[in-house]
Design a binder for this molecule. Structure first.
Ligand SMILES: Cc1ncc(COP(=O)(O)O)c(C=O)c1O
Length: 446
């Protein structure tokens, strides 16, 4: 081929593929906005990012350091020690599990993506629900179908803000029937137990109803139980769909929240027995082998210690649960005293307050949507939050998802002190944050 002469540089064409056009996850984007403000020396109230905000437990830190020499890739599904430990974790929670039914991955987020890709059809997700389910569904080229969450019991918020994590059974039944009539195939429904964004735990009755509809329509239930160990009341009744519909439920979990190890990127999926479980496992392992090969080996060794739950780890989780409960309840109380509605938090470090009672006065300030409100809180008070629209709700819903896990302190010593405190609300930096929230609400109040 003759030489064509020098090439004149031109700008490469922008990407136009719709399938991969998913914006940066809303949570990560909000976190970056707050980081910029903090770098500029301005005060921030970090309520946007779903971090547990606690130090790494020394036992896990030592286990990780001791495994630093583990330089090989290892099996795609995870190291035997980790799969055994995760199987024991589920078995102790009333879900008998063989190590062969466990697939480990670099966080539960990629595992959920692999499950969705393995299923390959449209998926039903609750409204509201965690930002990534719908985004991942779009990434694989299928559609998320939002179905309202079952109304919550005792939430006080009413409507979609009161329940959480599990679709209303009748609405699910209708949505799947309608989708089939429209020529769409839905093979899966996602449940989050307990829930992010609402901080609520669906009742056993709501879980049973979900399972009945899943049976009727032959749906696979994907039960995201990453917050299971952070239900504030340890006596609260927790029912996993895997106990009711074991042959059609995939359960995912991770140590990101219960042990504040989000940055370690380690999670586990529990696949059902039987032919469906076998084909899902095979397909998931295909995806895993082509994307992450295997989770980081040293992290797997340390995670095996976490999932085997020695007494000191169990104690750490129960202390962190008490801290999450105390701070989430205190923040909820501030919103309630200001005249807003907020479902009582039952798990983890999330609140879902509704500013609807202030809709008219907010409109007079030019705030009409949840995104307007979230922007106003960052600009005027340095308070991060995520609008309900990030969780599949309408743009004009004035609900916000607040995450309280980053109020425990700016340093590991403050966070340790928060874990150890008889009353964390009395620590000066926690008390200051609560005062800043009160001031913000009184400034905003009509
Ligand atoms: C409901 C829910 N599921 C899954 C995840 C993903 O966690 P990871 O990938 O760290 O396991 C999160 C993180 O925020 C979450 O809130």
């Amino acid at each position: 081929m003759p030489w064509a002469g020098p090439v004149t540089p031109t700008a490469p064409a922008p990407l136009t593929s719709r399938r991969s056009g998913v914006p940066v996850s809303a949570t990560l984007a909000a976190n970056e906005a707050l980081a910029r403000r903090r770098r500029g020396g301005q005060r921030v109230l970090p309520l946007a990012f779903g971090e547990a905000g606690l130090p790494v437990h020394p036992r896990l830190r030592e286990a990780l350091a001791a495994a630093a020499d583990a330089g090989s890739y290892g099996p795609v599904a995870g190291l035997p020690a980790l799969r055994e430990a995760a199987a024991g974790y589920w078995t102790r929670r009333g879900l008998p599990t063989e190590p062969g039914a466990v697939v480990a991955g670099p966080g539960s987020k990629p595992l959920l993506y692999a499950v969705l890709l393995a299923i390959g059809t449209d998926v039903v997700v609750p409204r509201p629900s965690w930002v990534s389910y719908a985004a991942q569904t779009r990434l694989i080229g299928t559609r998320p179908h939002f179905v309202p969450a079952a109304p919550g019991e005792g939430g006080g918020g009413g409507g979609s803000g009161g329940g959480g994590g599990v679709c209303d059974a009748e609405a699910l039944d209708r949505a799947v029937t309608q989708a089939a009539a429209d020529g769409r195939t839905i093979r899966a429904v996602i449940a989050t137990l307990p829930d992010n964004p609402t901080g609520r735990l669906a009742s056993p009755a709501a879980v049973r109803e979900l399972c009945a509809v899943a049976e009727r329509h032959d749906l696979i239930i994907i039960s995201d139980e990453i917050y299971r160990d952070l239900v504030h009341d340890p006596e609260a009744e927790f029912l996993s769909p895997a106990s009711v519909a074991p042959e059609r439920t995939v359960v995912t979990t991770a140590l990101s929240k219960s042990l504040a190890l989000g940055g370690w990127r380690i999670g586990a999926a529990r696949l059902p027995d039987g032919p469906l479980g076998a084909s899902l496992t095979e397909r998931m392992l295909g995806v895993a082998s082509e994307i992450w090969s295997s989770p980081a080996a040293p992290v797997q060794h340390a995670a095996a210690v976490g999932f085997s739950e020695p007494a000191e780890i169990t104690q750490r989780i129960s202390r962190s649960r008490a801290l999450h409960a105390a701070v989430a309840r205190a923040v909820a109380a501030r919103f309630r005293s200001a005249g807003l509605t907020v479902p009582a938090p039952q798990a983890a470090f999330y609140l879902y307050p509704d500013f609807a009672p202030w809709r008219e006065p907010l409109a007079r300030r030019g705030i009409h949507t949840g995104a307007d409100l979230a922007r106003h809180l960052v600009d005027r008070y340095g308070a991060g939050s995520l609008p309900a629209s990030a969780f599949g709700e309408p743009e004009d819903a004035l609900r916000l998802r607040l995450a309280t896990g980053l109020l425990y302190g700016d340093s590991d010593s403050q966070r340790e002190a928060a874990l150890d405190a008889a009353d964390p609300l009395e620590l000066p930096w926690v008390a200051d944050a609560l005062t800043a929230i009160e001031d913000m609400l009184s400034d905003l109040s009509p």
